[in-house]
Design a protein around this ligand. Structure first.
Ligand code: 6CS
Length: 359
C-alpha cells in the first residue's frame, strides 16, 4: 500500500468519476465535530445479494438507526470500486472507511492471515469455529497487531460457509486433480495448497473466474455455494465436490486513523454494532448456502455432486500437512503461534477450558 500523494490524487479522481464524494480526499468528514452529519463508505468484495452485502447492509441499517441518520453509510458492491486489492489500497488512502478483506487476497499484504486458508485446520462444527474466531482473546490479539502494522483495524472475522470445488470432472482423490488448472484467490499459500494435491493452481481475481471457466482457461475453482450461484459459476461447471476442507473466512476492517479520529461514543457504536452482526451473519450464510444449492439444482439438475467420505478426505488431509509446515517455514514464529492458538482454542471449545495444551 502507498500513501503517495500522486496515488492519492489518482484515487480521488477515480472516486469522483464513479460518483463518490470522497471524504478522505482532502477535507472530508473526518475530524469534524462529533455531532455533525457524517458519511461512511463500506466497500465489499462481493455483489449485491451476497453474504458480505447482507453484512454491510445490516451494518448500515443499524448505524443509521442508532444515530437517527446523523451518520449515513453507503455500501459499494464488488465492481464499483475495484478488486479486493484495490479496496484495501483505497482504505489506506482514506477514501473509504470500511472494507471486507478476505485472507485469500489480503494474504499478499499480511502473510500470517493466510492461516485461515490452511486446509483441515477448523472443526466440522460451524458454530464452534465461529466462537473461536470471535471470542478467542489471544487469537484476536495476535491478528489485531498484524492489521495495525498495516494501518488497519480488524473488526470481525467470520465464515461465509464451506468452500466447495466446482470442476469439469469428478474428484475423489488427489489423482483426479492431476494437471487440473484450478483457480485460486491471489494469496500465495493457496498455490502451495493445491500444488500439494497435484493440481496446477492459477491465481485470479474474483471477477475473472466466470470467463476463465467459460473459455476453458481454468478447469475448476472453489467458493461457498452462495457465491457459486450468484456468480453463475454453476453454469460452466459439471461437478460440485464437497470436501469440508476449509471454511471461506473473511475479515471486516476499518482504517486505523479513521477509527482513532472518532469520538469514544462512535467507536463504541461501531464495536457494539459489529459485535451483534456475528450471530446474524452465521444465520444468513447458512440460509443463503442452503437455499442457493436448491436454486443451482433447479437451474441445472444435471450437475453431479460428490461429498467426500472420511476416508477420501484423509488423503487430502495428509497432503495438507506439508502446507502447514511450509506456512511456518515461510512466515515464522507468528505463523506458528496462530496455528497452535487455533488448534488449542478448538480443543478448548470441544472439551471445555481445561483442555490440556498439545505436546
Ligand atoms: O473467490 C473470491 O475471490 C471471492 N469469494 C468470495 C466468496 N468472496 C470474496 C472473494 O474475493
Amino acid at each position: 500500500m502507498s500513501t503517495n500523494h500522486g496515488h492519492l490524487n489518482g484515487w480521488c479522481l477515480l472516486l469522483a468519476v464513479v460518483g463518490v464524494a470522497a471524504g478522505g480526499c482532502g477535507g472530508g468528514d473526518m475530524g469534524r465535530d462529533a455531532e455533525s452529519p457524517q458519511h461512511w463508505r463500506f466497500a465489499i468484495e462481493e455483489t449485491i445479494g451476497s453474504v458480505q452485502y447482507a453484512y454491510a447492509q445490516r451494518f448500515k441499517e443499524l448505524i443509521e438507526q442508532r444515530t437517527e441518520g446523523r451518520i449515513r453509510v453507503t455500501v459499494y458492491p464488488y465492481g464499483a470500486l475495484g478488486t479486493s486489492d484495490q479496496l484495501t489500497e483505497q482504505l489506506d488512502l482514506g477514501a473509504i472507511q470500511f472494507v471486507m478483506a478476505s485472507p485469500g487476497h489480503l494474504g499478499k499484504l499480511i502473510p500470517e492471515v493466510q492461516v485461515f486458508l490452511l486446509h483441515f485446520l477448523f472443526s466440522d462444527d460451524e458454530e464452534l469455529n465461529q466462537r473461536v474466531l470471535k471470542d478467542d482473546a489471544e487469537l484476536r490479539e495476535i491478528l489485531e497487531e498484524l492489521y495495525t502494522h498495516k494501518r488497519m483495524k480488524l473488526l470481525a472475522i467470520y465464515s461465509e460457509g464451506w468452500q466447495v470445488w466446482t470442476t469439469q470432472r469428478p474428484v475423489r482423490s488427489m489423482d483426479d486433480f492431476r494437471g487440473m488448472k484450478f483457480r485460486v484467490m491471489t494469496s500465495p499459500l493457496l498455490i502451495a495448497a493445491f500444488e500439494a494435491y497435484g493440481a496446477s493452481p492459477t491465481p485470479l481475481p474474483y471477477s475473472e473466474v466466470y470467463s476463465g471457466l467459460q473459455l476453458n482457461m481454468i478447469d475448476g475453482q472453489e467458493n461457498p455455494i452462495f457465491a457459486i450461484q450468484e456468480m453463475s459459476f454453476y453454469e460452466v461447471t459439471d461437478w460440485m465436490i464437497f470436501p469440508r476442507h476449509a471454511p471461506f473466512i473473511t475479515t471486516a476492517v476499518t482504517e486505523q486513523r479513521f477509527f482513532d479520529s472518532l469520538s469514544t461514543q462512535k467507536q463504541q457504536l461501531v464495536l457494539e454494532t459489529i459485535d451483534e452482526l456475528d450471530e446474524y451473519i452465521l444465520n444468513v450464510q447458512r440460509e443463503f448456502n442452503d437455499h442457493r444449492l436448491d436454486l443451482i439444482l433447479q437451474a441445472r439438475p444435471e450437475i453431479r455432486m460428490i461429498e467426500l467420505s472420511d476416508d477420501e478426505r484423509q488423503e487430502f488431509e495428509q497432503a495438507a500437512r506439508s502446507v502447514r509446515e511450509l506456512f511456518i517455514r515461510r512466515y515464522g514464529e507468528t505463523a506458528e503461534r496462530l496455528i497452535r492458538r487455533i488448534e488449542q482454542a478448538i480443543r478448548e471449545q470441544e472439551d471445555g477450558p481445561a483442555a490440556a495444551p498439545s505436546s
